[in-house]
Every structure is written in C-alpha cells, then in structure tokens.
Design a protein. Sequence first.
Length: 262
Amino acid sequence: MELTDDVDGRSAEDLATSVTLFTPVASGRISELIADQIRGLVREGQLRPGDRLPSERDLCQQFGVSRVTVRDALRLLEGAGMIDTKVGARGGAFVKMPTSAKIGEGITDMLSMAALHADEVTEARLVLEMGLVPLVCERATQQDLEDLYGICDRAEAALLAGHHDVQFSTEFHIRFAVAAHNRPLSFLVESLQVPLRHSLEEAQAVAPRMGRPGVAEHRALVDAVAAHDVEAARSIMSRHLGRTARRVKAKSTAVPGADAAR
C-alpha cells in the first residue's frame, strides 16, 4: 500500500517530539531487547498501525546502540509481521497489524515443538466451532451464504472428479468462522488453518472416503444457517466434528507407542 499524508498514523517526527518512547539498552541480546521494547509499545497502544518509527539514526541515539543493531531489531520485527519497511523519500519503518497467517505460523511451530496430537487440535475445534454456530445463524449475510455454498459446490465437483482434497474442508470452516462477524474468533480459526488441515489429513488416512459425508454435512449446515435454525446447525456441527475426532483418535491409538509419545 502506498503511504500518503492521509494515512491514519503518526510520523517519526511526531513520535520523536511528543515523548521519549524508547530507553537505552546495554546488556543481553541487544537487538532482541530493542524489538521487545517496540513490540511492547505496540501492545500498549503507544505505537499504532500506520505510525512511522523514528529514523535509524534517531533510534540509534535513543537506544544508545549501533546502526547494525537497530537494523537487526527491525529485521526481527519485520519477520514477525509487526512492521513494514518502505524505501524512498516517504519510506521508513511503519507499524503494521500482524496477519493471521503470520500468527498461524507461530501456532503451527508451537504445536510441532510441543508434540501435540491432531486429536487435541480437533478437541479444541469442538470447543471453538460449536460456540460459533449461534453467532453465524444470527449474523450470516447473503454474501456469507453464497460463499459457503460456493465452497460446497467446488468440493462436490472435486468429489465427482475423484480428487477431493481436505483443503476444501479447511476453507469451509475458516469461511464459516468469518460469517460469525466476530473478528477475534475468526482470527483464531484462521490462524489454526495449518494444524486444522493436518488433523483432517490424519482423519482422511483412517477413512479415505470421508469427504462425501463431510461435504454433505457442510451443505446441510449452510441450509440450517440460512433458516436461522440454531438447534439443527448445532446438531450437524456436533456430528460433523465428532466423526472427525473419532477418526483422528483411531489413527492416534493405532500407531505403536503413540500413547507413550504423548
């Protein structure tokens, strides 16, 4: 996005002249400490999306470090999706909102490193997605319904062609969450898309033809939402997620030593 004078953010000069936000660092992994300070100011709301950070030279003076160290800190923040670096006369480091995809990468890494199982991911889905049902039934728009039906159409076409992919199910459940029109909830579901897909792949390994009943249930779920029938939608979602949970559990217990690995 090209930045203009109308951007809802403050300039580096505004930040520099208002208050001294940063404090010098002198020990530890200095670039990480600098990144942590900036990250903390974003979380506290002192730095907002669209704000331009002071220049590298100003940051060096405020933190009392070299330009190399400041650049390392900015690279850490850019890698985390918290700033966006622009070049040119109107360039600099700008605070941005991290995307759910970026957060999802961190969640995926956490799940992998913690050796969590797909059945735990499915259990979390039961708690989260069952809670979405009343909101979706109440708030889903015509566009939401059309998008969900569109995913069902594409999934059914793939089944007929003999190459159904669990990505259709992942896409459906993420779009279903969006239809709740609650940003924190849809953000959470979207950030779990990679673990969600992996858990579905494990379920598919137990039941390769699981796509057929799953796609039918997706369409029935959208029908219930269109009718604002919360109880029917709850029943369909419970049956749908429960079957996936059982298949994931079956695969987990079928692997020698799986329980010991947990």
